[in-house]
Ligand binder design. Structure first.
Ligand code: ZN
Ligand code: ZN
Ligand code: FE
Length: 749
């Protein structure tokens, strides 16, 4: 075979390959290797016809496989020999748009180094331009109004390109070839500073003025990629306190932004995994132990949420002297969703912000910041938002199209299409008008992006008959509806993200709340089974009455009254407990069996322990008391564990009360409690594994965000010769539920 004989290859690539500079990349690689032919976007991805010598085609194919642009994600690449047609050059062909789209929409991308260089270079025509972007970076999902992805169907359609931008946009060799959101200060949108309802300044002047306002301690609403943030100087405690007051946010930590990794290191204890997550293309909020006290920023916890600039605007603000660290928290009141439409922001944030930095580019949909923590097994996504959504989180080959609507808290939606599971952005806690609307929009969005109608898909929802998500799912005219038990969904979610669809495992679902098959409130469950054959309940935390039901989650002392009934006599009104009257009232309800619900929730067990150790007030955000308790335990080093045999918490709480009365430090008690919970559940899992012959334990549920519990569990299970599976891509909390629902509904027998 002569090396000069021409060959031809047909190459098909699927994955995130549109809107990320993939075709110009293929073009450049083809030119570099002397390959002729064409590349085009189709409904299923990118197609290439390549002609050349076998050596040049080998080199070309290798480069396409290994040198793809940073934001691209190649899921599959197939190549086969085809007929030589005698192409004279290599060209980028117009898009071929027949058939149903299975192309993946790219998440929003952080600003790239090339764009940053232009932003910072005096004389460059985009010097200081807050909306600089290219095919390797910038907004995607947050500006798409419909598919296929091109400028006319994004929120950039109102800005026609100037001559210079047009030239770049048409040049296949340019970094901005078909960069849909591209713009420059001459033709594109700008930011405006508004104070007291009137536009004060535009462009560079507006940004410089905002820096001064922030330095003076004011609160500024700043439009970001997927919504508005409220920003203030994190080192000015009065500004932070004012922000808390205006937001009605008592205790929930604020995230802070810093300009560089070095600045992040000054305030956070960062390991290599923290740094990698911080600098990753998604630029999430990363939780890390704090090194410096920032008054009021993260009260009651030693952890701090850190993030790096992800837009050119943030970089500009810091370069012009904005204070660092800068509080950057979602712009809303308390539990409302983040504001993203300008008019809505002006109205809802009127009393919250002293000034508005309004970007002219509209946001097509709300996308919150993502949150990542570093667990003992590595980085774990706690909230999938900007940079992560929408994305494929698992694949179910051959599975029917399925829509899973998640649960009511931390809602997120999953869609199974063409064997891939696409996960939506974090939507929030349902029950608020705006959040419910976002839920409906996201369902519509996901279906229309993949050209599906509700009556063509299976719809999965939680077993809870009263969940809003359940009721909304049932109102969809689906192929059929499948109700999935909450904790089976949690366990199936871990299995799905690891591709363990056939394996029978022991699942530990340690959780706040979830509707059980018997109508009780579950949440401390040892399940055995598989995605395909379903799960059975092998063991569970002792069932105790929960006075007030799910509403008891607001008052740890209420949970304590239920779990302590029959263990303690008296109201624990005296030292060292000082439990308030609410405890005695709740105990009276339990005694008379009024408004009490049977519960095996571990979340409520943590609440009870927290109440006994001094958390006697109201919880102001989900997991508040548990985070407080974990924080206490973090500063102790004892390795004794309270007894918790057969998941009977009476011994566990009894030991806690005894130690507390004896004056043992709260930190040590909190730690012995954590270790007791972990060893009790590990023992139960080992027992279930022995009985069922399983070798793997899957860990899920909101409690798995607790580092002490998770690492102790993993240690025990490892010592027993069992392997553990933990969440990485989807949250262990209810933000991951949709994936598990989708798995069971699409694959279950
Ligand atoms: Zn760029
Ligand atoms: Zn321009
Ligand atoms: Fe849950």
């Amino acid at each position: 075979m002569s090396s000069e004989a021409p060959f031809a290859l047909r190459i098909e690539i699927r994955g995130v390959v549109q809107g990320v500079g993939f075709r110009p990349f293929v073009y450049r690689v083809a030119i570099a290797h002397g390959v002729r032919g064409w590349v085009s976007n189709g409904p299923h991805g990118v197609s290439i016809h390549a002609e050349g010598t076998s050596a040049s085609l080998d080199a070309f194919l290798h480069a396409v496989r290994t040198e793809a642009p940073p934001a691209a994600h190649v899921a599959t690449l197939t190549s086969r020999a085809t007929d030589v047609v005698g192409s004279a050059s290599f060209v980028i062909r117009a898009s071929d748009l027949v058939g149903a789209p299975t192309v993946r929409v790219s998440p929003d991308l952080c600003v790239c180094d090339d764009c940053l260089r232009e932003l910072r270079t005096a004389g460059d025509r985009r010097y200081g331009y807050e909306y600089v972007n290219c095919t390797n970076c910038g907004p995607r999902y947050s500006i798409i109004e419909s598919l296929p992805y091109d400028r006319a169907r994004t929120t950039m359609h109102a800005w026609p390109l100037c001559e210079a931008c047009e030239r770049e946009y048409r040049d296949p060799a340019d970094r901005r070839y078909h960069a849909q959101p591209t713009a420059c200060p001459r033709c594109g949108p700008r930011y405006l500073l508004e104070r007291a309802g009137a536009t004060a300044l535009r462009g560079d002047d507006a940004i410089a003025a905002v820096v001064d306002l922030l330095r003076a301690g004011l609160i500024v609403a700043i439009k970001g990629i997927g919504g508005y943030h409220l920003a203030c100087n994190a080192e000015m405690s009065e500004a932070v306190a004012t922000l808390r007051e205006r937001k009605f946010r008592k205790d929930k930590p604020f995230a802070v932004m810093v300009p560089t990794i070095d600045a992040a290191r000054e305030i956070g204890e960062l390991g290599p995994e923290h740094c990698e997550a911080l600098a990753s293309i998604a630029r999430p909020i990363v939780l890390a132990p704090s090194r410096r006290r920032l008054e009021g920023v993260a009260p009651g916890t030693r952890e701090l949420g850190l993030m790096l600039p992800h837009t050119p605007l943030h970089d500009l603000l810091f370069r012009l002297g904005a204070p660092s660290p800068l509080v950057l928290t979602s712009a809303n009141r308390s539990s409302e969703p983040i504001a993203y439409r300008d008019d809505d922001a002006r109205e809802r944030l009127a009393g919250l912000a002293d000034a508005f930095l309004v970007g002219e580019r509209p946001i097509a949909r709300r996308v919150d910041d993502s949150v990542v923590s570093v667990q003992c097994h590595g980085p774990q996504v706690l909230r999938r938002g900007r940079g992560f959504a929408p994305a494929i989180v698992a694949s179910f080959p051959g599975a029917p199209a399925t829509l899973a609507v998640g649960a009511d808290l931390k809602n997120a939606i999953a869609l199974v299409v063409a064997g891939d599971v696409v996960m939506s952005q974090h939507i929030g806690d349902l029950g608020d008008l705006e959040t419910d609307r976002a839920f409906d929009e996201t369902v519509r969005d996901l279906l229309s992006m993949f050209a599906l109608r509700a009556d063509e898909v299976i719809v999965a929802h939680d077993l809870h008959p009263q969940y809003r998500s359940t009721l909304r799912a049932q109102s969809l005219s689906a192929l059929r509806h499948v109700a999935v038990q909450h904790h089976a969904a949690h366990v199936a979610a871990v299995l799905a993200e690891h591709g363990r669809l056939d394996e029978t495992v022991v699942g530990l679902a340690l959780d706040g709340t979830g509707y059980g098959h018997d109508g009780a409130i579950w949440g401390g469950e040892v399940l055995v089974g598989s995605v395909r054959r379903g799960f059975r309940r092998a063991a569970h935390l002792r069932v105790a009455p929960l006075p007030g039901g799910d509403a008891a989650a607001r008052f740890p002392v209420q949970a304590a009254a239920g779990r302590l009934y029959g263990i303690v006599d008296g109201a624990l009104r005296d030292a060292p407990f000082h439990l308030p009257a609410r405890f005695a009232h709740a105990t009276a309800l339990v005694e008379r069996g009024i408004n009490c619900f049977p519960s095996s929730s571990v979340g409520r067990l943590f609440d009870a322990a927290a109440a006994l150790l001094g958390f006697v007030g109201e919880v102001t955000y989900e997991g508040h008391a548990a985070i407080w308790l974990e924080n206490l335990a973090t500063s102790a080093a004892n390795d004794d564990a309270y007894p918790f045999a057969r998941l009977d918490d009476r011994d566990l709480l009894g030991a806690l009360i005894r130690d507390r009365r004896a004056g043992r430090p709260e930190t040590e008690i909190a730690r012995a409690f954590h270790l007791g919970v972990a060893s009790g559940f590990a023992e139960a899992a080992v027992g279930a594994a022995r009985d069922s012959g399983c070798r793997t334990v899957a860990l899920s549920g909101g409690v798995m965000q607790n580092r002490i519990v998770t690492s102790a569990l993993a240690r025990h299970l490892d010592a027993a010769g069992l392997s553990t599976l933990c969440h990485r891509l989807v949250p262990p909390n209810d933000g991951g539920i949709a994936l598990g629902q989708a798995a069971i509904a699409a694959l279950g027998g």
